[in-house]
Design a protein. Structure first.
Lengths: 323, 422
């Protein structure tokens, strides 16, 4: 895949819907190069010295927030983090007013996580700073999907032609949505499985016209065909009444345990965006499986992907990047 | 007071009239139609209508004019000006105000102030239930005595079938239409139409079934009680099908839909990048739903198109999509949006004029002796929707910048020009 015809220098990354394959490849290539920085003893390069990155987190987060924080620090950018519990939103300030005030302090980039879809888009439209969407409601979480794709690519050497199953609460999952857009764009086949309330038949329409998504009704139907299985967390905080019977039933019908993993085969890679509810969607021995579980690799790759994006959005050229 | 409209194309979907002729207005009524009659009249006011269409003015069944209580968003004066600029000379005002229009004194006050300040015919809809909460019947009889032209749920669904049924039984003999929105609140927790687009852009959906259940409930109750029910906002293909069935069974039901739903679909939410001006209630639906609505306007299953005028300022709209206040201003764009949506000028005029008039017990026609409620429009002009030029105090439209057909040149109420395009 040639990058010669140029990757548009973009101001923001709001989602993977509509992002072309060569741009995703370019981001993943850049992340691969940045990965080594985190493996050194001195984990810092001067690339973004003098640049300011503001983390604006209106929803709880440990992994993503820390990952963005470290990514900024390892690139020598100055970072500030604001979380919902300490922000003026508690006093009734609107998101737009919070953003106006932050803008008045001249940041180069704002990373935003928010409980409503479109929040990042609004900031991107109204302000000159770059915006990275770190999760907007149930819409998208593009950096998670990119780190997932990086993890898969590092294991399999490619994305094209692989079959990836996404299992669980697809409806409420911004991770699933971003992965769906990204993976199908990169030529992977995506299978979805989960309870009817969370994984609806109409979701076949989510894929690209040339790469439709397939909806299956049981986890066992997808495991045998899949190279990768992504398990999703049941998002209790987002559930409406009667969407689920019980955790016990869910774990028996849709949970991934060693028995199911064995049937899937030892080449099947297990992933999870975290946080895990051990014993619900995944048994502890699967989560910690040496070799087949890539969950900690995902977290490691997350820092590299976020470094790559900060670099590309703030400094990136349309051609080859070098760390 | 005598006025001559010269050389326009007189178009009246009600009577089938469609010819170029002069139209003489005397004392607020159409006095004569034809070229010869007026020729000898000296010294009267003349309006050159050559190249324009002269047609009955529009009637709106659902507009929030925000008075009393939220007059920074709209008031009787600006609301009337916006209506006249959009070709409307009769507007039924929603009781969704602060406080709610729910007693005779408020109705009387609005009727009197409307007469004093508005050049057009503003009519008052009284709340069917106290605070529009769908629980306690408001003093609907006294409000009608005070001049209320209709009773309404103000766009807030009455979720209790028993309250709706009793309200219908009670109001059936009061001789005014009951404007009710079909819906099922428990299914309306989302922020846009549930479908491929909502799933794609990660928004919680409002399923079409919410409306279908509402249509089923209200038409069944209307059939049983005989109350003259008008369903505001039938927007889905399934809702249309059920309404068609109920009407065939003889349910005393009429219906309308907003001009926005005639023109736009849920794609507008995605295409605009979550523009909160595309957040409406009920939500913009799918393309298949829109086609069904247009077909229903054509065969008369849905009687009318209304503006759903809902002024909101930045406090309401400069928010995350899910937190933004639903609604869009519509008085100044309804005609153009409907013409563009249905693609047929005569049908658009009919569903915005004679057909909604009938719901209110009025007539709109060009005939000798009829009231001179007229609009002069340029059918071949197109113009870009420019919110900054609105007469309304608010600018919240999903149509900003969109080029639309038909330009209103002038509007006449009681034979007087109440709007002239400058």
């Amino acid at each position: 895949m040639s990058t010669a015809r140029g990757i548009v220098k973009r101001k923001d990354l709001l989602g993977l819907r509509g992002v072309e394959a060569d741009e995703i490849t370019h981001i993943l290539n850049t992340a691969d190069k940045f990965r080594s920085i985190s493996e050194r003893r001195i984990k810092k390069v001067p690339t973004l010295r003098g640049r300011t990155v503001v983390n604006l987190f209106f929803e709880a987060s440990t992994r993503t927030k820390t990952s963005f924080d470290l990514a900024a620090k390892r690139l020598s950018a100055d970072g500030v983090s604001i979380s919902a519990s300490t922000s003026a939103a508690k006093k009734g300030e609107t998101l737009m007013d919070t953003a106006r005030n932050i803008n008045a302090m001249a940041p180069d980039m704002v990373v935003i996580r928010h409980s409503y879809a479109g929040a990042a888009h609004m900031l991107a439209r109204e302000f000159p700073f770059s915006v990275i969407n770190a999760g907007d409601g149930i819409n998208e979480h593009p950096t998670q999907a990119l780190l997932d794709m990086l993890t898969i690519r590092r294991r399999f050497g490619r994305l094209e032609g692989l079959t990836v199953a996404i299992v669980g609460d697809v409806y409420h999952s911004r991770v699933a949505r971003s992965n769906l857009h990204g993976l199908t764009t990169m030529g992977a086949r995506v299978l979805l499985a989960g309870p009817g309330t969370m994984c609806r038949d109409g979701m076949t329409g989510l894929g690209r016209p040339d790469a439709p998504v397939e909806v299956r009704h049981s986890i066992d139907e997808v495991l045998e065909e899949s190279d990768v299985v992504m398990m999703l967390r049941i998002q209790r905080e987002r559930l409406a009444p009667a969407m689920l019977a019980s955790s016990r039933e869910y774990s028996q019908l849709y949970g991934l345990d060693m028995k199911r993993l064995k049937r899937a085969g030892e080449d099947t890679l297990v992933m999870h965006p975290g946080p895990i509810n051990r014993g619900v969607e995944m048994s502890p021995d699967v989560a910690d499986h040496q070799g087949q579980s890539a969950i900690m690799e995902q977290v490691t790759n997350g820092v590299a992907v976020r470094m790559a994006l900060m670099y590309l959005l703030l400094e990136g050229e349309s051609d080859d990047a070098s760390a | 007071m005598t006025l001559l409209l010269e050389g326009g194309r007189l178009l009246c979907p009600e009577t089938g009239l469609d010819r170029i002729a002069d139209l003489l207005i005397v004392e607020g009524r159409i006095d004569a139609i034809g070229p010869a009659e007026a020729a000898g009249l000296e010294g009267i006011e003349r309006v050159d209508c050559a190249g324009f269409v002269v047609t009955p003015s529009l009637v709106d069944l659902s507009a929030e004019l925000c008075d009393p209580g939220r007059t920074w968003l709209e008031d009787l004066e600006t609301g009337s000006a916006a209506a006249a600029a959009g070709g409307f000379t009769t507007v039924l005002m929603s009781p969704r105000t602060d406080p709610v229009v729910q007693d005779a004194a408020t109705v009387r006050d609005l009727v009197q102030r409307a007469r004093a300040t508005s050049a057009i015919d503003l009519r008052v809809a009284g709340a069917l239930t106290v605070d529009l909460a769908g629980e306690q019947l408001a003093e609907v009889g006294l409000m009608i005595e005070a001049g209320a032209a209709a009773l309404s749920d103000g766009g807030r669904v009455i979720s209790s079938s028993m309250v709706a049924r009793h309200a219908m039984l009670y109001a059936a003999r009061l001789g005014r239409p009951l404007l009710l929105r079909p819906g099922e609140p428990i299914l309306e927790g989302g922020v846009m139409h549930e479908g491929v687009v909502s799933t794609l852009i990660g928004m919680r959906g409002i399923p079409a079934s919410a409306e279908v259940i509402g249509v089923a409930r209200l038409t069944a109750l209307a059939l049983e009680t005989g109350a003259p029910v008008h369903l505001t906002d039938v927007t889905t293909a399934q809702g249309v099908a059920l309404l068609r069935h109920a009407r065939a069974q003889g349910a005393p039901v009429t219906a309308s839909v907003s001009a926005h739903h005639v023109l736009l679909t849920d794609e507008a939410v995605a295409d605009s990048g979550y523009d909160t001006n595309t957040r409406l209630s009920p939500p913009l639906r799918s393309q298949a739903d829109r086609q069904a609505v247009i077909e229903a306007l054509g065969d008369g299953t849905i009687d009318a198109v209304h503006s759903a005028h809902a002024p909101r300022n930045r406090v309401g709209k400069e928010r995350e999509f899910a937190l933004a206040s639903p609604g869009a201003v519509g008085l100044e764009t309804a005609l153009s949006a409907t013409v563009e949506g249905v693609g047929d000028l005569a049908l658009a005029l009919s569903v915005l004029s004679a057909r909604p008039a009938r719901v209110l017990g009025l007539e709109r026609r060009i005939a000798v002796g009829s009231p001179a409620e007229l609009v002069i429009l340029d059918p071949s002009a197109r113009s870009q929707t420019a919110p900054e030029r609105f007469f309304s105090k608010c600018r919240n439209t999903p149509l900003a910048g969109r080029e639309l057909p038909v330009v209103v040149q002038g509007t006449l109420s009681e034979g007087r020009l109440v709007y002239t395009r400058s």
